[in-house]
Design a protein around this ligand. Structure first.
Ligand code: IMP
Length: 430
């Protein structure tokens, strides 16, 4: 990355594309790594020096030395979960003080009653298959203008008053859903304790990012989930409650869109989805189970088995369009090695018609049958390839097909979980 370069990384599918690894890789060249949406529904599994580390709130790039990380305005942050993650990192030898980790005063707080509501809804009718971390209910309170924000942690009287009002409303909803109401003091006491610990981290992060960018520092914005889970553009209502697009940086970090130099979209070589909702290329039975086992496709946050299917090219084109993606990082190509037959979806069939574009109406998507084409399978030790040219010919063709169909260059190819198992086809320069 050149001095002053600002990059965004987003997922192009339903999350779990391997963004954590790509962010970790690019972070080496960045000074500040920023989350701009979502909360601890995200989960990044990183393998560094053979050691596995799972992060939910703190950006993946933190594992490199001398990085500063920001939890941006558009996030919803569970104070207890953040403190637990900081303690987990500390046990791994990484201590993040207020200089290293900044929490936006505008980020909304996830409180126990949000988790309770999420849980209640997921166990009754209308379940969406959420991560049950309270994400949706916290964003609902934000939109309803009764949410508590990290900045409130600095003002005890305000914190109590806002909590009192928000809790009264939450308890009405909890009781209506058949749950037990939460007592004010039971929520407030731990919140004040956590608030005192987090207070030194609370900052005007938009101002901080502006100052950093003006000083020529390189900013890396780490998206959470994926474009197909975006609140507006995803497969509504089977979506998360925040913006997952490249453009989300503008609102979610208070950093103007025109200052972004590159939006990188991460695409897995096949597709997975956790939670409910349409998934045209899903593989049922044995074939799906094989892909799940080969790719170790279990949720980093909830441990749920991920639904698996073939690469969906119309969905990728759509994600590139609405997500503002300019270049791709392709992950887990090694998992497809020896998968035979190997297929990709090039269009859909809807009511007897061939449709090339991802349907805007999720009901159409649910009814769409994938038009699958068989591509030449590849085998061999992909992980040993040190350059694109060293990869098996059919693996190269698979990548070229993605480039042709998406109209985007595949600049990174990940061939295994380790940092070193990545082919960089085009280094970062403008
Ligand atoms: P929520 O974000 O917990 O409200 O869940 C809404 C939907 O988004 C569910 O289908 C979740 O499984 C999905 N989801 C949320 N975060 C992630 C993620 O990081 N990876 C994959 N799916 C996610």
């Amino acid at each position: 990355m050149q001095p002053g370069m600002n990059i965004v990384v987003v997922g192009t599918q339903w999350g779990d594309e391997g963004k954590g690894k790509v962010v970790d890789l690019l972070s080496e060249q960045a000074d500040v790594i920023v989350r701009f949406g979502g909360g601890n529904n995200a989960g990044h599994t990183l393998v560094v020096d053979g050691r596995q580390l799972v992060l939910h709130l703190v950006p993946s790039g933190v594992l490199h030395a001398n990085k500063r990380v920001v939890l941006g305005d558009g996030m919803v942050v569970d104070p207890a979960a953040l403190l637990e993650e900081l303690a987990h990192l500390e046990r791994s030898g990484l201590s993040l003080g207020p200089q290293e980790l900044l929490l936006s005063s505008k980020a909304h707080l996830i409180l126990p009653y949000h988790r309770a509501l999420d849980e209640l809804r997921e166990t009754t009718t209308g379940a969406l298959g959420t991560t049950r971390r309270g994400i949706g209910p916290a964003y609902e309170d934000k939109a309803a203008r009764r949410g508590l924000r990290a900045g409130d942690l600095l003002h005890p009287a305000r914190l109590r008053a806002r909590l009192e009002a928000a809790l009264a409303e939450a308890n009405r909803r909890i009781v209506g859903a058949g749950g037990t109401p939460h007592a004010l003091e039971q929520v407030l006491e731990p919140l004040e304790r956590h608030g005192a610990q987090l207070a030194p981290h609370v900052a005007d992060t938009s101002l901080f990012l502006d100052q950093q960018a003006r000083a020529g520092r390189r900013l890396l914005f780490e998206g959470a989930q994926g474009v197909l889970l975006d609140l507006d553009h995803g497969t509504y209502p089977f979506v998360t409650s925040s913006t997952t697009l490249g453009g989300g940086v503008s609102a979610g970090a208070g950093f103007a869109a025109h200052r972004i130099d590159l939006v990188v979209g991460v695409a897995k070589a096949y597709v997975t989805r956790v939670g409910d909702g349409p998934f045209p290329t899903e593989l049922a039975g044995e074939a799906g189970a094989t892909l799940r086992a080969r790719g170790k496709e279990y949720g980093a946050t909830t441990g749920r088995p991920r639904r698996c299917g073939w690469l969906d090219l119309p969905a990728l084109r759509y994600a590139a369009r609405v997500g503002g993606v300019q270049a791709l990082a392709l992950t887990k190509l090694d998992v497809l090695s020896e998968v035979d037959p190997l297929k990709v979806c090039v269009a859909y069939e809807l009511e007897g018609r061939r449709v090339e574009d991802f349907p805007a109406d999720p009901d159409d998507l649910a009814r769409a049958a994938p038009v699958l084409v068989e591509v030449a399978p590849f085998s061999g030790e992909l992980a040993r390839a040190n350059a694109f040219e060293e990869m098996p010919e059919n693996a190269r063709r698979y990548i070229e097909l993605i480039e042709r169909e998406s109209g985007l260059p595949v600049r990174w190819v990940s061939l295994g979980p380790g940092r070193e198992q990545t082919l960089i086809r085009q280094p970062l320069s403008l």
